[in-house]
Design a protein around this ligand. Sequence first.
Ligand code: SF4
Length: 715
Amino acid sequence: MVESTRTLCPYCGVGCGLEVLPPAQPGKAIKRDAAGNPLWQVRGDRGHSSSQGQVCVKGATVAESLDRNRLKYPLMRDRLDQPLQPVTWDQALDRIVEKIQTAQVQRGSDSICLYGSGQFQTEDYYVAQKLMKGCLGTNNFDANSRLCMSSAVAGYIQSFGSDGPPCCYDDLELTDCAFIVGANAAECHPIAFNRLHKHHKRNRQVKMVVVDPRRTKTAEAADLHLAIQPGTDVTLFNGIAHLLLRWGEIASLFMDECTTGFGDYTDVISHYPPERVAQECGIPMTDLEQAARYWANADNVLSLWSMGVNQSVQGTAKVCSIINVHLISGQVGRPGAGPFSLTGQPNAMGGREAGGLCHLLPGYRSIQNPEHRATLEQAWGLPPGRIAPEPGRDTWAMITGLETGEVQVLWIAATNPAVSMPDLKRTQAALRQSPFTIYQDAYYPTETTAYAHVVLPAAQWGEKTGVMTNSERMVTLCTAFRPVLGEAKADWEIFAMVGRRLGFGDQFQFQTAAEVYGEFAALTRDRLCDVTGLSHDRLQAGPVQWPCPDSEPVGEPGDRPAQRLYTTLQFPTPDGRARFRPFHGQGLGEPVDQDYPFILTVGRLYGHWHTQTRTGHIAKIQKLHPRPLLEIHPKDAKALGIDNDTWVVVKSRRGVTRFQALVTKAISPGVVFIPMHWGALWADDAEANVLTHSMACPLSLEPELKACAVHLQPL
Ligand code: SF4
């Protein structure tokens, strides 16, 4: 009997459990990938409560990503026009340390930036915070979660006083009304969606409402699809609240005892009568009223959202507007009810817990809180005042810092900004200007490799042991199941090696990831995300949801009931009450005009993963969507003389791309859709983000990747 290793799918925030078996099985022929490498066997882990043995095509084929396009040793060059040459780790680390020290002396620590990733394990995130925010004294650490979940973070903090999705996946099977907003969960969070979809199909009284400008697979499964105009989400939810208030369908007792700000909120929503809302959102008034009726009639309303909400100049306002409707109707803190963000990446949640954005510190602490800084300085053995009191550079500010010359060292790890950033041509030009860029990734080459002076080989998820937290706060130990490839190292080990060479030997004595996790967990004591009861040893028995303080008796993981936040209706605000945060709808950052008359929305396709660094060579996935297509409504296509497969030049104020058309009623008139997965390595002129802009939500600093104005011209 061959032993399997239990781990987590490394693709998305659903966080499905996997069991992995070695390629050699008694009595079975070894399967191989397209390049001839022996294939590890992967199946869903039936013991993982989040996914119950299910996996989607990405999880099922993940073994095919283990060996292809991997970097095995460090590479280096002096200038970007030179070829990268193999070097030893000592040579690479000496160069990195010299560049960091020179930048510190000449321009100060704030000229150094580290851009990380929701692909990190929690240990990687934690050691990076200690190095940057603690030892180097700069808060210039941000992660690609800035492009993904930072509006959810900001919205939870605004409304509840802390980050942290309050719900759990069991709620998908306990709700009687699910509102899915700006999320194509059927394709992008398929296993979580399956649980809701089955519950919906089995129970006719359960309602599903989908809010999305596209008629996605998710929308097709809904009782009601509200194809709102992009950027009108705040207006829609203010309009639903207006109707609930008009009908008297409000939770007065809950609001009196558990919330503040209702007076200001009623002032705002009084401006959103259904006639105005239906007209601005571009939906029939009967549909608006039906949606509000579903909400009003349900015992337990669950809202689920993703990038269509977060990636917006009003991202935080959209999140707060959804939460406001939960507060006015008392739909929070009990089974089947509450606001529930669907996380993009596998460990963006763990990153937030470890302080992995430029305004955060580990344990859901804030850079701007003096007590929080002092706690970390003491824990890290650093002098008082070492942690800077202001947030560091967010992701886009790193790019503008390269443009102005304020950023001298840019360290990029486990992400591919040369495809995923907004205003891509400007981003690429800024990366080209970087005096010194370190790029640390498991995959090689990626589009970002072209901009690196030093390239470091990172161990892939299956080659290092560490912890990840999924969307429902379930913490899973991902146990290494195969040796590292070549000279690759875990991300946290690389950060620690640099830290020691910079003179911080005491701070980076870790020998194992378990020691790193132990230090991080101790720092969560009495915080909302308390994981003092967790360790690598305990997690070997199975995943555990937080909060999990060490005061709680340890039982079998399966015996522990699903954990929800705010079940006592006490919130982590100074007065213990949740806060209404009213906003007016402001529309898009870049509205359409005569020159750019179409709204472009950008998104993901089933099977593909981000910028394809992991899925690009997996034949089964490539066959699902072999090329990027521009979705356009038949009415618009006819007006422009576009048929299926017509090449269309798509132009925005920032750049030009070309796509073949897919004429479909799935998209609303006046709106077009293109996928975001294709970078320069995979297709010519098909980089979606060449078109997008960098305008961002002022509270979350998350760019509006989801919408910009474009002009279409058939070729
Ligand atoms: Fe992996 Fe997400 Fe698919 Fe689950 S739903 S198997 S976590 S990609």
